[in-house]
Design a protein around this ligand. Structure first.
Ligand code: HEC
Ligand code: HEC
Ligand code: HEC
Ligand code: HEC
Ligand code: HEC
Ligand code: HEC
Length: 348
């Protein structure tokens, strides 16, 4: 078993190298059909001399010639393997703090949640719940509930960050990205190809009234995203006024800079407070600086400021960031209000 994994790893590394510029995987030349499909649900040996038979799930043959049930198939490589990002519970894969965090699963589907990664702590595989703030028609999960391919395209999309879906319900939900050298017209900046850790990822803001990331999440969580002035959001274009005449009704996820609202700025949100912290939650910045000092007054919160996309060990996958100390995927040992106090001064 160990040997199989190592040989698989070598094959995959070779695949990844050929697309180093794109920083993407499961797309173009790195879409290796035999990673996931089997022609006859049977194979006596692998594709290279001496290579072992690739692993098949026990209950096949499976739909679409897959080697295993879909989530199991993905987790064969994406849970506790050294050659691929770990996405389920505790990080047993490549080291570093995962930008997306870890998923959990509903009981009764053969997966056991790692300690601390409970169902209330982020996205739950196989959940049949309606997305909060959303509606069932936008959420096209099959009978099995929420699975990887409700969010990711299994055959990749070269232009789409993390192969996040942009078809069907997600039509038009583009999430473009730059690799290596930043490009402020792209939504996401990956510092180098094939990296998945927090320190390697940052968010641009090509349209200062929008968040492509927020809009993508909105496909399922309909009411939770919009611009200032939208009925579901409250506020007004560019945030509240100095007199707070147009308060927000839901937390802004686009359109307003930290500390933007004139005289009341430090009362509503404080740029100097955010700038002064060592450990910062992620924000969008149209200038690509993410500091909040000097002329860098263009920082805007979005979903990733407060949540890990897959989840973590905190309720709702929230990031409790105090501002100093050792970072983990949970934050840095802070509590709920420390998250708010990244940008707000209330509660000193
Ligand atoms: C990372 C895993 C993975 C790889 C690699 C992969 N597939 Fe698939 N493929 C899937 C999954 C999962 C489905 C089923 C999707 C669903 O349930 O709708 C699928 C479905 C399909 C289908 C059915 C139509 C469709 O697009 O859903 C075809 C045809 C197909 N794959 C061909 C290929 C070919 C050819 C390759 C190699 C060039 C390939 N696949 C590589 C995971 C993969
Ligand atoms: C394909 C639909 C879909 C998309 C896209 C989606 N979600 Fe969800 N989300 C769900 C469903 C279904 C639930 C309820 C079941 C569960 O907890 O997983 C949920 C629950 C959540 C929860 C609550 C988790 C908990 O444990 O209570 C958070 C937070 C969340 N989503 C954030 C996000 C963010 C941020 C994004 C964008 C990165 C996003 N979601 C994109 C379907 C989706
Ligand atoms: C509710 C939507 C959703 C589901 C379900 C989901 N993902 Fe993700 N995934 C995302 C988003 C969004 C990101 C990018 C997050 C970011 O960079 O902030 C991501 C990132 C990733 C990454 C990059 C690793 C990282 O830490 O950034 C991998 C690999 C991945 N997902 C695989 C999977 C697999 C495999 C499954 C199923 C076992 C799955 N995802 C289920 C939304 C989802
Ligand atoms: C045979 C092993 C294998 C299987 C099976 C597999 N993956 Fe992957 N996947 C990888 C590896 C390896 C990488 C990372 C390559 C790199 O960047 O170095 C990856 C990367 C990814 C990424 C990040 C791509 C990006 O754009 O950064 C996503 C998303 C992902 N996989 C989703 C899935 C989903 C969904 C499935 C199931 C349908 C799946 N994977 C099945 C090996 C696998
Ligand atoms: C400023 C921090 C913050 C931002 C930004 C943020 N959230 Fe949340 N989110 C929270 C908190 C705190 C909760 C816990 C429930 C509550 O207080 O409403 C939560 C809960 C959720 C839930 C679960 C709701 C439920 O009924 O269980 C979902 C889904 C969610 N957020 C999605 C999103 C999406 C999608 C975005 C971006 C469009 C986003 N959040 C941006 C702080 C934030
Ligand atoms: C990354 C920065 C950031 C974080 C973290 C953050 N906020 Fe905010 N918050 C803002 C910004 C920016 C505004 C909009 C200010 C404006 O309109 O000028 C805002 C607006 C608000 C408002 C609306 C004020 C009004 O009168 O309209 C409230 C209330 C609020 N936040 C509470 C919270 C709570 C509670 C948390 C923690 C769960 C939190 N915020 C976390 C940046 C943040």
């Amino acid at each position: 078993m160990k040997r199989l994994v190592l040989i698989l790893a070598a094959m995959l590394v070779a695949g990844a190298a050929s697309v180093a510029v794109a920083g993407d995987f499961h797309v173009g030349t790195s879409l290796i059909c035999s990673d996931c499909h089997t022609a006859h649900y049977s194979a006596q040996h692998g594709y290279a001399p001496g290579a072992p038979t690739l692993q098949l799930g026990p209950a096949g043959p499976y739909n679409n010639l897959l080697k295993d049930d879909e989530v199991n198939l993905c987790l064969t490589c994406h849970n506790n393997q050294s050659f691929a990002p770990d996405v389920f519970g505790q990080n047993g894969g490549t080291s570093g703090l995962r930008q997306a965090g870890g998923l959990n699963a509903a009981a009764g589907h053969g997966l056991t949640n790692d300690v601390g990664y409970d169902e209330i702590d982020g996205h739950t595989l196989f959940s049949t719940a309606t997305p909060p703030g959303g509606n069932t028609s936008a959420y096209h999960a099959g009978a099995e509930g929420l699975i990887c391919t409700d969010c990711h395209a299994q055959h990749g999309i070269a232009t789409q960050y993390r192969n996040l879906l942009n078809r069907g319900n997600f039509a038009g939900d583009t999430l473009s990205y730059a690799v290596g050298t930043n490009d402020l017209t792209k939504d996401v900046y990956e510092r180098s190809a094939g990296t998945y850790t927090e320190d390697q990822i940052d968010f641009n803001e090509p349209n200062t009234r929008a968040s492509s990331y927020g809009r993508w999440c909105k496909t399922c969580h309909v009411d939770f995203h919009g611009q200032g002035g939208d009925l579901n959001m409250g506020g007004q274009a560019g945030g509240v006024t100095a007199t707070n005449a147009a308060p927000w009704k839901r937390h802004p996820t686009a359109d307003v800079n930290i500390g933007e609202s004139g005289a009341a700025a430090t009362f509503i949100s404080s740029l100097s407070r955010y700038a002064g912290l060592t450990n910062k939650v992620k924000v969008m910045d149209s200038q690509g600086l993410w500091l909040g000092t000097g002329t860098d007054n263009t920082l805007t919160p979005s979903c990733f400021s407060c949540h890990k996309a897959h989840g973590n060990q905190n309720a709702f996958g929230l990031i409790f960031m105090n501002g100093s100390g050792t970072r983990t995927e949970q934050g840095d040992g802070g509590v709920y209000k420390d998250l708010c106090r990244q940008c707000h001064t209330q509660g000193a």
